[in-house]
Design a protein around this ligand. Structure first.
Ligand code: APR
Length: 257
């Protein structure tokens, strides 16, 4: 796909919305992390173009825990090597400036927190830890990787011998903190959507809630999304470029270095 230039008029419109908002939030998806080397799911090189999404379902995990963990182990190498990129840092800086109040993310990579964002809701959980399905004990993922790499597949709980599961939300499981995410969205008058196809529910309700309350929707995405029809501004270019330009525009307007 050719690298599209970000439209400066759209960047200016997005800056206007965010500067004048009283309570803006960011909503992010896998597209914000591809520039950190983590593949997305439905983009041109997305994971679901090579593997069946069935692999990420709770049914598949319960029936084939060993194959599930082998798939996840491969994903984790990419994930643990990843560092936040310009877009993550720009989101964190906008939070520090008080321009956005929180980040609601579908991502499980922890890169928003690593970039300095503090008010982060991980709707789809996190790959940074695993949980025992029998007793609920949690383990840092690096401990679990050691178990796997020493041949314990699926990895088991030291306490009760139960099977460990990544603390991510699989298809067929309820998302996490959705009540808090809905509450935040319903009190927001602007949402900055970055790198999501907006095709998975209930997560994709977040920008819809903002719109329904009369708020403004800004979508930064390299391709059209399923909710472009509700967007007030659509910026179709790379998230790293768009967020760098947007942060600069806002800082210039506010006279901040
Ligand atoms: N800049 C801007 N947009 C990008 C970039 C980039 N550098 N890289 C990819 N994109 C876009 C893709 O074009 C795609 O439209 O980001 C979007 C990512 O969409 P998905 O791959 O569907 O990811 P996401 O919306 O987060 O998926 C939601 O689906 O499989 C589940 O649990 C998984 O959380 C995930 C959920």
């Amino acid at each position: 796909m050719s690298e599209k230039q970000c439209n400066t008029e759209d960047i200016k419109k997005a800056a206007d919305i965010l500067i004048n908002a009283h309570h803006a939030i960011a909503f992010t998806g896998a597209g914000i992390s591809t520039e950190s080397g983590i593949p997305d799911f439905r983009g041109p090189q997305g994971l679901w173009k090579q593997y069946s999404p069935e692999l990420a379902s709770i049914d598949y995990f319960l029936q084939h825990p060993k194959e599930f963990w082998l798939f996840y182990r491969m994903r984790m190498s990419t994930l643990f090597a990843a560092k936040p990129n310009r877009a993550h840092y720009a989101v964190a800086e906008l939070e520090k400036m008080g321009i956005i109040k929180a980040v609601i993310t579908q991502n499980v990579d922890g890169l928003h927190q690593a970039a300095g964002s503090s008010n982060v809701i991980e709707l789809h959980g996190t790959m940074r830890r695993a949980v025992c399905l029998a007793c609920g004990r949690t383990y840092p993922m690096d401990v679990v990787i050691k178990k796997i790499d020493s041949g314990q597949i699926p990895p088991l709980c030291d306490e009760c011998g139960g099977i460990l599961k990544p603390d991510t939300v699989l298809f067929g499981e309820p998302v996490k903190d959705f009540d808090r995410a809905r509450e935040l969205a319903l009190m927001s008058d602007a949402v900055l959507v970055i790198g999501s196809s907006l095709s998975v529910y209930p997560a994709a309700y977040v920008p819809i809630f903002v719109k329904e309350m009369g708020g403004k929707v800004i979508i930064i995405n390299m391709e059209p999304t399923e909710l472009d029809y509700i967007a007030d501004v659509i910026i179709q270019c790379k998230a790293g470029d768009a967020m760098t330009l947007l942060l600069k525009e806002i800082k210039d307007r506010l006279g901040i270095q």
